[in-house]
Design a protein around this ligand. Structure first.
Ligand code: UDX
Ligand code: ADP
Length: 459
């Protein structure tokens, strides 16, 4: 059997690497229009940082896993084609800011139809609005060569970045949505046989296509909703002297609530949560379900407020002005163990601090300087009136904190917990402020060193 995956991103790359690892007799080819990205996948420096990914790629690349820029050849040869292209929020026209932009997906479907000379199973991997499979099926049917048949399956990816490899190797469930026809059932069986190489069959759920598509949006909406709920409580904790981590532990002990996804922080980021909720909001509105739309929209509103609230707290503590002050940001990725910055809370916080005329010194263990400058939309050599750099990307946390008025922790990297904070304190301006967004540090010890420390959800 031959598999092709269109889109060599954070989802396509790791997912195909694990399939190739677990199914040595299947040839897996990952293709992308971005030839530079393909070159990176074929180099020692992979474009995606994920714990364990480099080892899996090392084992499989050149054996039965291939990265190629030849999209047509991969489509032509494949029995099963995964579509793993990006589906960002639309920035133009009807539905701008909410609906999913499906143009890359449509281009991809048209390409498959134009190239295919034999039957193909086409698998939706990208997160999509409900009923997209139907659209893909229509495009494929309209453009296909005579005698060629396509079956479209929905197989949403539930991996979280930073734990992608373990999530793929040991998922809570795999979801396969198929058309309720004999041909749909047969296509589902072929896909299920691939996953059954390493996943117990009772963890592989089958549904109709639309349930599968909607389940992905709903899972992300529920997860994000938990974070917005605890973040809303964190604001109240800061006013009342309650400690949000203690509240989370107390409510999480209730088996009906459960302990996971209750960590208050600067607000959720990542490529999925906001996009998927806005997608859900758009869908609800489309069907005239305005109350349901407003309900889910509030999860995003709360998230934006959490980021904004954190910046207001920083500015207020720093005597109501950060103008011309050097502020060190520890972390820029949207969570630890990834180099991905999409929708990172760090971007919103950094931009608002820059608007307040702060100068930033940023350190992240995995995010490149070029990515940070691109996300902030500032030229790398931009300076303030005194000639100080607006955004300096530091080689380590110590360099970032030197001569800073404040440290703002934005990503919960483990290495930030292990730093020598006495050394850091000695090199900072006084009073030395520390704002712990993900609340990962030992606040008592840091206060004893001399820091004025503020944590989310702590008075
Ligand atoms: C998410 C879903 O978890 C995954 O199933 C889906 O396939 C894609 O979207 P991801 O965005 O990669 O995965 O990471 P996740 O671990 O869910 O974290 C998302 C954001 O929420 C991060 O910014 C994280 O810091 C934040 N978060 C998570 C919290 O603020 N508190 C928590 O308790 C958990
Ligand atoms: P995700 O997190 O969903 O994997 P990414 O943006 O990391 O998203 O990856 C999506 C990839 O899909 C990008 O590398 C992009 O170049 C690729 N892509 C988009 N459209 C096409 C297309 N028509 N053919 C091939 N690759 C595509």
């Amino acid at each position: 059997m031959k598999i092709a995956c269109i889109g060599a991103g954070y989802v396509g790359g790791p997912t195909m690497a694990v399939i190739a690892d677990k199914c040595p007799e299947i040839t897996v080819t990952v293709v992308d229009v971005n030839a530079q990205r393909i070159a990176q996948w074929n180099s020692p420096e992979l474009p995606v940082y994920e714990p364990g990914l480099a080892e899996v790629v090392e084992r499989t690349r050149g054996r039965n896993l291939f990265f190629s820029a030849d999209v047509d050849a991969a489509i032509h040869d494949a029995d099963v084609i995964f579509m793993s292209v990006n589906t960002p929020t639309k920035t133009y026209g009807e539905g701008a800011g909410k609906a999913a932009d499906l143009r890359y997906l449509e281009i991809c479907a048209r390409k498959i139809a134009a190239v295919a000379e034999s039957d193909k199973i086409v698998v939706e991997k990208s997160t999509l609005p409900v009923r997209t499979a139907e659209t893909i099926q229509l495009i494929l049917a309209a453009e296909k060569k005579q005698g060629v048949n396509f079956q479209v399956l929905s197989n949403p990816e539930f991996l979280a970045e930073g734990t992608a490899i373990t999530d793929l190797e040991n998922p809570d469930r795999v979801l396969v949505g198929a058309e309720e026809t004999p041909a749909g059932a047969e296509a589902a069986r072929i896909l299920i046989d691939i996953y059954a190489h390493w996943i117990p069959r009772d963890k592989i759920l089958t549904t109709n296509v639309w349930s599968s598509e909607l389940s992905k949006l709903t899972a992300n909406a529920f997860l994000a909703q938990r974070i917005s709920s605890i973040n809303a409580i964190s604001a109240l904790c800061e006013e009342t002297g309650a400690n949000v981590d203690e509240v989370a532990a107390a409510i999480g002990a209730d088996a009906r609530i459960g302990p996971k996804f209750l960590k208050a922080s600067v607000g959720f980021g990542g490529s999925c949560f906001q996009k998927d909720i806005l997608n859900l909001v758009y869908l609800c509105e489309h069907f005239g379900l305005h109350e349901a739309a407003r309900y889910w929209e509030q999860v995003v509103t709360m998230n934006d407020w959490q980021k904004h609230r954190f910046v207001r707290r920083i500015v207020k503590a720093l005597f109501n002005t950060v103008s011309g002050k050097r502020i060190a940001l520890f972390g820029f990725a949207f969570k630890k163990e990834t180099n991905d910055t999409r929708e990172s809370a760090a971007i919103a916080v950094a931009k608002e601090l820059l608007d307040e005329q702060a100068n930033l010194a940023i350190y992240d263990p995995k995010v490149s300087a070029a990515q940070i400058h691109a996300d902030l939309g500032l030229a790398p050599d931009a300076t303030d009136e005194q000639g100080c750099p607006r955004v300096e990307v530091a080689p380590d946390a110590y360099a970032a904190a030197a001569q800073a008025h404040a440290i703002v922790v934005l990503t919960g990297w483990d290495e930030f917990v292990r730093l020598d904070y006495r050394r850091i304190h000695a090199a900072m301006r006084k009073p030395a402020f520390l704002f712990d967004g993900p609340t990962i540090l030992n606040h008592k010890q840091l206060s004893e060193i001399g820091f004025t420390i503020h944590g989310i959800g702590r008075g």
